[in-house]
Design a protein around this ligand. Structure first.
Ligand SMILES: NC(=O)c1ccc[n+]([C@@H]2O[C@H](COP(=O)([O-])OP(=O)(O)OC[C@H]3O[C@@H](n4cnc5c(N)ncnc54)[C@H](OP(=O)(O)O)[C@@H]3O)[C@@H](O)[C@H]2O)c1
Length: 168
């Protein structure tokens, strides 16, 4: 297995981590990581962990920048990975005017501007699509660059709250 994650820090997640460390040492899993851990929960895990998580997969998109986690993961050298990198289209992400204005300058869609923003922040995004055209579109983000002013405009979209309150 390439990468195995603890989905949420519930139950005996420290025990789970110890087992995952064993599987990692045995070479059965190439990388182990976590998901939906806050900085405090990450710190708690690290009080027993021998191996640092490769990634922490958390909700992150143009409307939720997760700056506390972003800074904490960067400081600790853990890769931040975005689930719902498009907020699953919530809050009108695919028609958002700020993203559309930026996209117009580069001849790109809101989806592509979003993914390029993740990429320039150093965040790994795992967009989901069942459409081939969208897969092609989502891969086509390496021929343009967002300017500092455009990154700043997207920074202003941060609502600092989840788009999925039903899951918290
Ligand atoms: N760790 C966790 O707790 C957690 C929680 C939720 C999700 N995830 C994972 O995160 C990954 C990301 O998926 P997600 O479901 O969260 O949402 P997402 O990637 O933010 O959004 C998926 C939606 O975007 C649409 N889409 C994709 N590309 C598009 C494009 N270029 N233009 C317009 N629409 C586009 C898709 O529709 P089409 O199919 O029609 O393109 C789909 O409805 C998944 O692998 C999922 O398993 C993890």
């Amino acid at each position: 297995m390439d990468l195995y994650l603890i989905h949420r820090p519930r139950g005996d997640f420290k025990g789970s981590w110890k087992m995952m460390e064993e599987l990692y040492k045995e070479g059965k899993i190439k990388a182990i990581g976590i998901s939906n851990f806050t900085p405090a929960q990450y710190k708690d895990l690290m009080s027993v962990a021998k191996i640092k998580p490769a990634v922490n997969q958390i909700e992150t998109h143009a409307f939720f920048h997760e700056m506390d986690s972003y800074n904490d993961l960067k400081k600790n050298g853990v890769q931040m990975e975005a689930w719902a990198p498009f907020a699953e289209g919530r809050n009108g992400l695919f028609t958002n005017q700020t993203l559309a204005d930026i996209g117009k300058k580069h001849n790109k869609t809101n989806a592509q501007v979003s993914l390029r923003w993740h990429y320039q922040r150093g965040v790994v995004a795992i967009p989901r699509t069942v459409q081939k055209a969208h897969m092609v579109e989502n891969l086509n983000i390496f021929d343009f660059k967002l300017s500092p002013a455009e990154m700043k405009a997207i920074a202003a979209l941060d609502l600092n709250t989840s788009q999925f309150p039903e899951w918290t």
